[in-house]
Design a binder for this molecule. Sequence first.
Ligand code: C5P
Length: 235
Amino acid sequence: IIKKEMLYEGKAKQIFATNDENLVIIHYKDDATAFNGVKKSQINNKGILNNKITAILFEQLEKQGVKTHFKEKLNDREQLCEKLTIFPLEVITRNIIAGSMAKRVGIKEGTKPKNIIFEICYKNDEYGDPLINDHHAIALGLATYDELKEIYTITAKINRLLKDMFDKEGITLVDFKIEFGKNNRGEILLADEITPDTCRLWDKETGEKLDKDRFRRNLGNVEEAYIEILKRLGE
Ligand code: C5P
């Protein structure tokens, strides 16, 4: 496969075209941002760690019947993925209340809700990725009713599988954000990444945070936390 021009640069990744119109190369950077890009820095080796972590998790999900964009890991920082049209939605699942939800509705971080909570945000930097509901998403033309229904069904399955994978390694999957896209055959696939950048991961024994909150909240040992997650997932 031959790497061609850069198609897109995001906060943490770059996307390159290839000689195959249905495939892209995703390059994982060390750049870290928080609070909608207000806090900016680098986390040593984050790109290498997140490339590996996403590859492991996406391969596991594929094995268990979740369709993803992931094809193969090419090198330390790059993976080959199917080219998709991304839904401009961030789909958030919460098993435990934390972060923005704890703040928004005044519930103590760490509270376990009776039900699993699904949220969607409109991916739009200018408006700060606002929380929206299904009616907004349809009105804005971000997805159809049927697409949303399928996205929620796949998300619930991904949550069950991920929760299990992390639980076996002594980690609580508190919450996470995923993204979806459509391929040229009209299939909805899991896209983007699943990493400590996009999940809250708490050690089951100690409650220690092993995710990007260490960066957001200046807790220190950020790289060490990402290394620990990779180690437990099996490398
Ligand atoms: O900040 P909030 O509590 O809404 O985040 C919920 C989950 O979604 C967290 O795991 C966070 O890391 C992830 N997230 C993300 N990208 C965003 C917003 C949230 O990966 N832009």
